[in-house]
Ligand binder design. Structure first.
Ligand code: ATP
Ligand code: MG
Length: 569
């Protein structure tokens, strides 16, 4: 019975239930943001285990980031209790690492397997005679080459071969090898493939629109049959990783590769107010990959989306700070104007707010102004932890001080630095997990990005790139720098149609993170790449529907609540 014993599925609407409980073949859930895709996936696993007697050790959930994996595990724990620990919840790269650690000897890989950091990758290239700049430039090309399998020019191929050989001799693989070599492993060793299929009989993949060709191949190797117990969910309109090989065509091809697929559409958006959802959906409609999509906001009404012109990037940051103060203060016109949306009752806290931007470089201005205004924040970039200078220093320290338990050595290092408590905390949320296994610790650092450390419970405004905001939600969202040149991003003034479409999807992802309040700001003057520019508002702003949008200009004045003077320069 669907809603049997524990009433587990009462947390899902009927369409979500239909998706979660279907087991007669592959399922493809195609649905817009905030429709409960991730929630449905989590409940499905719980349902299979709790109500269908599936062995949790045979379940594999693939998420896009480690942080999403951790969050899913927490949710599963709440639904399932101890059984959740036996489910494999990981990323494609984490899965690859596990496969190569278990079966790497079949490919002649060194054990224990080490994932090279970017610094180590560069060193390998430099040892081949490349300058640091050349090495730096070549890495993304090598990565793209490995992700997509598309051969490059002759020079690249030659360098690549030498690079791979040197990497292997030093006992390492790189990040992209984790997927590529796993594919090779399963293709060349049918007995291993069989064992893996037996092990992961139930597979669920979140954010499927962003898989790249190799990840999709890996998935097909793990779940080859027509009756595969495969469950994939995603939204083509949120495909934002094309630049690094993500290929939304995999999504579109799924039903031909798995002809018995049941497609489920979810229409109800539980996240955003109607105003926000309509604004985002209309902006997207012009380039949607799901043209006749219907999205219905469960939360009717809401405050209009605000598009705010700011004289400069400094004034943009001040606008953000002032508005946050007003929202937290909760008394000014924000609480009184234009009505409320269903469910909007609590006052706001710093943790309810996110500021999203296209490029990392935009964060500095915001950090400065937020700090001046006394607003706590947590900034999370995409960079892998192992690439952070602090972490590189730690790894060097551990290498130089090889004696004693990992945790103790970490503490000794911590005592010598003025490192941020948050980072230290995480390095400790990790060393403990890895016990005394330094290799495992290193590998974790090489696989986790800083954004994976984003802590939903920490009390501070979140500063994130648009890419890092994927899958998350916040009551209040600011998207800054909605300007030509930044969004769509271009360094030479040109934007081809494919890029434009991806940038539009990125804005769509950003807008649909917002639950109750959404502000889109653009500066009329900005220092950008060493020059002062006067950018036009983003072309995408012109596609916002007037009915759900209010446009205005920001003027800097004294902050009304705190009385703190925010200096212009
Ligand atoms: P995205 O495309 O942005 O990843 P999503 O489709 O994965 O979004 P979720 O994050 O799963 O959406 O859900 C969005 C919000 O709606 C969450 O807060 C979730 O708890 C809530 N939600 C989803 N389904 C329901 C439901 N049936 N009842 C109540 N709340 C729901
Ligand atoms: Mg999701």
């Amino acid at each position: 019975p669907r809603n049997g014993s524990g009433g587990l599925l009462v947390g899902l609407d009927p369409e979500q239930q239909a998706a979660a409980t279907y087991t007669d073949g592959p399922v493809l859930v195609v649905a817009g943001p905030g429709t409960g895709k991730t929630r449905t996936l989590t409940y499905r696993l719980a349902y299979l285990i709790k109500e269908r007697g599936v062995d949790p050790a045979q379940c594999l959930a693939v998420t896009f980031t480690r942080r999403a994996a951790d969050e899913m595990r927490t949710r599963l724990q709440a639904l399932l209790g101890e059984a959740a620990a036996d489910v494999t919840v990981t990323t494609f790269h984490g899965l690859g690492l596990e496969l190569l650690q278990t079966y790497g000897d079949r490919l002649g890989l060194p054990q224990p397997l080490r994932v090279a950091t970017e610094a180590e990758q560069r060193a390998v290239l430099e040892a081949q005679g490349l300058s640091p700049t050349q090495a730096q430039r070549l890495l993304p090309r090598i990565s793209y080459r490995k992700r997509t399998g598309q051969p490059g020019d002759e020079r690249l191929e030659t360098t690549l071969q030498a690079y791979d050989r040197a990497l292997r001799e030093s006992g390492r693989v790189d990040y992209d090898d984790l997927i590529r070599l796993s594919v090779q492993l399963l293709e060349d060793h049918p007995d291993v493939a069989d064992a893996c299929r037996e092990r992961f009989r139930w597979i669920a993949v979140d954010e499927f629109q962003d898989v790249d060709a190799n990840q999709y191949r890996l998935l097909r190797l793990l779940a080859p049959e027509a009756d595969a117990r495969l469950f994939v969910i995603g939204d083509p309109d949120q495909a934002i990783y094309g630049f690094r090989g993500g290929d939304v065509r995999c999504f579109l091809q799924f039903t031909s590769d798995y002809p018995k697929t049941r497609q489920v559409l979810l229409r109800q958006n539980y996240r955003s107010t109607q105003a926000i959802l309509e604004a985002a959906a209309r902006m997207m409609a012009r380039a949607s990959l799901v043209p006749d999509r219907e999205l219905v906001a469960v939360r009717s009404g809401g405050v209009p989306v605000e598009v705010v012109a700011c004289p400069s990037e400094r004034s943009e940051a001040i606008f953000v700070a002032e508005t946050i103060e007003k929202l937290i203060g909760g008394t000014s016109y924000y609480a009184l104007d234009s009505g409320r949306a269903d469910g909007e009752e609590r006052s706001y806290t710093f943790g309810d707010v996110a500021v999203l931007y296209r490029t990392e470089a935009q964060a500095a201005e915001l950090q400065e102004v937020l700090a001046q205004a006394g607003i706590p924040y947590q900034k999370r970039s995409h960079r892998l932890l192992a690439e952070l200078p602090e972490v590189e220093a730690l790894l060097a320290y551990l290498q130089e001080n090889p004696k004693g338990p990992l945790a103790e050595r970490l503490e000794r290092w911590a005592a010598t630095t003025s490192e941020r408590e948050a980072l230290l905390g995480v390095l400790r949320a990790l060393a403990a997990q890895c016990g005394d296994d330094l290799e495992a610790f290193r590998n974790e650092l090489a696989l986790r990005s800083e954004a994976d450390l984003w802590d939903a419970r920490a009390e501070g405004v979140s500063l994130l790139t648009l890419h890092a905001a994927k899958g998350l939600e916040f009551r209040v969202v600011f998207i800054v720098g909605c300007e030509e040149g930044l969004l769509p991003l271009t360094y030479d003034g040109r934007v081809d149609p494919e890029q434009e479409a991806e940038e539009r999807r990125l804005l769509f992802v950003g807008m649909t993170r917002a639950q109750e309040r959404l502000f889109l700001t653009h500066a009329q003057r900005r220092r950008w790449m060493g020059r002062v520019r006067t950018p036009e508002p983003s072309r995408f702003l012109a596609d916002l529907p007037a009915r759900f949008v209010r446009r205005r200009t920001h003027t800097v004045r004294r902050s009304p609540t705190g009385g703190r003077q925010l200096e212009l320069f």
